[in-house]
Design a protein around this ligand. Structure first.
Ligand SMILES: C[S@@+](CC[C@H](N)C(=O)[O-])C[C@H]1O[C@@H](n2cnc3c(N)ncnc32)[C@H](O)[C@@H]1O
Length: 220
């Protein structure tokens, strides 16, 4: 007999979903670096699907995923039609990176700090969209500042940024973005519920950020 869980479908699908998430790994990373993980559990497929839907369908340039964790959003991006060769995945934690490379052997998964994003990209790369699960509310403030400066620089040519947050009011990082917010949606079928914001950057090219590198071990 199948039990239905509102928002998730059948109990079988729910069980498959949790197996795919590697909850043990997520919990271990959360205990080691709570501020860097910034979530009690991996993102739900609903959250991931809605984030992926915000990526402009057409256009060249890379789609860069930041803070991929267990890969729920990565999978949703691929499912939504982002070609593997246009997707670049950035993750800071070694154990998550190993798991991502095993799960998506055909993808370019780069271990690095999103605050150094420009250095992690191929030279002359054009970025169409940044899809971020970074916990911008719990990262050290200079790091958040540095990350958002990179977005400003990389997305100036009509790019979009998609970011979710558990702060359903107005998180501070939003005040730092010089971009137009074009979308906002609360996903209730996520633990806890999360707000997805979409930003469009139609601003003039800005000078390169001055402080890209925050520190070798920023979460110590
Ligand atoms: C909310 S969790 C990931 C959620 C992910 N969607 C999932 O379902 O597993 C945030 C992720 O951001 C990563 N992260 C934190 N700070 C980072 C940074 N400065 N650069 C790159 N990744 C970072 C963490 O290691 C973690 O995997």
């Amino acid at each position: 007999m199948m039990y239905r869980v509102p928002g998730f479908g059948s109990a079988q699908r729910l069980s498959d979903y949790f197996k795919g998430l590697a909850p043990g790994l997520f919990l271990r990373e959360l205990c080691l670096r709570p501020g860097a993980v910034g979530a009690l559990c991996p993102s739900s497929r609903h959250l991931a699907r809605h984030m992926a839907k915000q990526v402009p369908a057409s256009g060249d340039g890379l789609v860069v995923e930041l803070g991929a964790g267990t890969g729920v959003v990565t999978q949703a991006l691929l499912d939504s039609g982002v070609p593997a060769h246009r997707l670049l995945v950035i993750e800071y934690s070694g154990p998550f990176v190993r798991r991502l490379r095993k799960r998506f052997p055909h993808l370019n998964v780069v271990q690095g700090n999103a605050a150094d994003l420009r250095r992690l990209l191929p030279p002359e790369a054009r970025v169409r969209a940044i899809v971020s699960s970074l916990p911008l509310c719990s990262l050290p403030a200079p790091m958040t500042h540095s990350i958002l400066e990179q977005w400003q620089h990389l997305l100036h040519d009509n790019g979009v940024a998609i970011q979710f947050t558990y702060n359903l009011r107005r998180p501070k990082w939003k005040n730092q973005l010089r971009a137009q917010q074009t979308g906002s949606k609360i996903i209730w079928a996520n633990l806890p519920p999360a707000n997805i914001s979409t930003f469009s950057f139609k601003t003039a090219k800005l000078p390169a950020p001055r402080h890209e590198h925050v520190s070798a071990e920023p979460y110590r």
